[in-house]
Design a protein around this ligand. Structure first.
Ligand SMILES: *Cc1c(COP(=O)(O)O)cnc(C)c1O
Length: 396
């Protein structure tokens, strides 16, 4: 495969050449001083991206899902009560993992397309006078529906209820692409992976534990071995791992954080917003709607586009893959067949985004949807033209 289109799935994301090269390394001794020069800057870089001074970072050879398991097994005990909203496939999977670990999850059923109902959380937390709820789970960006939830509002709900539960946030499809403020929002555990905002291959679970979360590690009774952060911490103190680290991926993570921080986190977030605005303009021009029910909920990393009733949205994704060699995301769970997803995070330029929109239009036309070729592309072009000068000025 020597000719390749960009992908428009919401992870794994397109990789910049410079990061691909950083991951492709000769074998090196992971107990050597050389490894320490990769490990510690990578951990420091992640801290800066998460905007935390106080959290400790633990990176496992795994994926975001392993990050969830790291969060719950290191801090909770069987039977512990958890509060979570179900508003998409990823929040659903996290809830399922907690239940399989014997946790007692209070699920707030939330329409797919809505964000986390912080007001409902506040009521439930206020009613929990004996403080049985040990943790609140929040999926910052629900990748299945393209919905961004307000984590600061979830923190305010906890504070307003005067409730001591910890706040665990899945930031797998938001961190390094959308603003994330671990300390300011009082996040106790943040979870992500390497293959989304960090623009690397899959293979790392990236977690951050606040001091409050760290304090629970010795009393938590859920079994853990591979994901025990105490072993990982001892490893880091000796410049190593409790087992063999994914050295190339960690080298990629070091460079990825350097690139993001050199660009400036605000510039990274603005870039994602701009690209997403163009995609949203295209969706409007097509006469379609996003799954996210209000503009404040629009994700800057993924758009789930509702196709007209009676049309199988998955057919569009299959058609794009087989006819044009372009990957979009299918609808998952409750919205399967009703939406297709355009991932627009990580390494993506205006020009790449326009090619994805053009392809989506070709597929719609091929499959008989009443969309005029070029209509969405033109709307996105206007968005990008109107804002391009600003970023060129900034770069100068
Ligand atoms: C991708 C994703 C996950 C799963 O991560 P894996 O790395 O595939 O295990 C979890 N949560 C969200 C919000 C995601 O987007």
């Amino acid at each position: 495969m020597y000719m390749q289109n960009p992908v428009f799935i919401p992870g794994p994301t397109n990789m910049p050449e410079v990061l691909r090269r950083a991951v492709d390394m000769p074998t090196l001794d992971h107990r050597s001083a050389l490894f320490a020069e990769i490990l510690h800057p990578a951990l420091r870089g992640v801290k800066a991206v998460l905007k935390t001074e106080t959290a400790e970072i633990f990176v496992f050879p795994s994926t975001g899902t392993g990050g969830w398991e790291t969060a719950i097994t290191n801090t909770l005990s069987p039977g512990d009560r958890i509060l979570a909203a179900r508003n998409g496939m990823f929040s659903q999977r996290w809830i399922d993992m907690c239940q399989r670990h014997g946790l007692d999850v209070t699920v707030v059923e939330t329409p797919w397309g809505d964000g986390i109902p912080a007001d409902r959380f506040e009521e439930i937390l206020t009613a929990d006078r004996s403080h049985e709820i040990k943790a609140v789970l929040a999926t910052h960006n629900e990748t299945a529906t393209g919905v961004r939830s307000d984590i600061a509002a979830v923190r305010r709900a906890l504070d307003a209820a005067g409730h001591p539960a910890l706040l665990y946030v899945d930031g797998v499809s938001s961190i390094a692409s959308m603003d994330f403020r671990m300390d300011e929002w009082g996040v106790d555990i943040a979870v992500t992976g390497s293959q989304k905002g960090f623009m690397l291959p899959a293979g790392l679970a990236i977690t951050a534990f606040s001091p409050r979360a760290l304090a629970l590690v010795d009393t938590a009774k859920l079994p853990r071995t591979f994901f025990d952060i105490r072993d990982m911490r001892r490893g880091y103190a000796a410049n190593g791992y409790p087992y063999t680290p994914a050295v190339g991926l960690l080298n990629g993570l070091k460079l990825s954080t350097e690139l993001l921080l050199a660009e400036g986190l605000d510039a990274v977030f603005a870039r994602h917003r701009r690209i997403a605005d163009g995609v949203r303009a295209a969706v409007r021009a097509w006469g379609m709607e996003l799954c996210a029910t209000a503009p404040a909920l629009h994700s800057d990393t993924v758009s789930a586009v509702r196709t007209p009733a009676g049309f199988d949205a998955t057919a569009l994704v299959t058609h794009a893959a087989t006819v044009y060699d372009v990957a979009f995301g299918v609808g998952l769970g409750e919205v399967a067949g009703k939406v297709f997803r355009i991932g627009h995070l990580g390494h993506l330029t205006d020009v790449m985004a326009l090619s994805g929109l053009a392809t989506a239009e070709m597929c719609m036309a091929d499959l008989g949807l009443p969309v005029r070729l070029g209509s969405g592309v033109a709307a996105a072009q206007e968005t990008y033209r109107a804002t391009a000068a600003t970023s060129a000025r900034k770069a100068a």
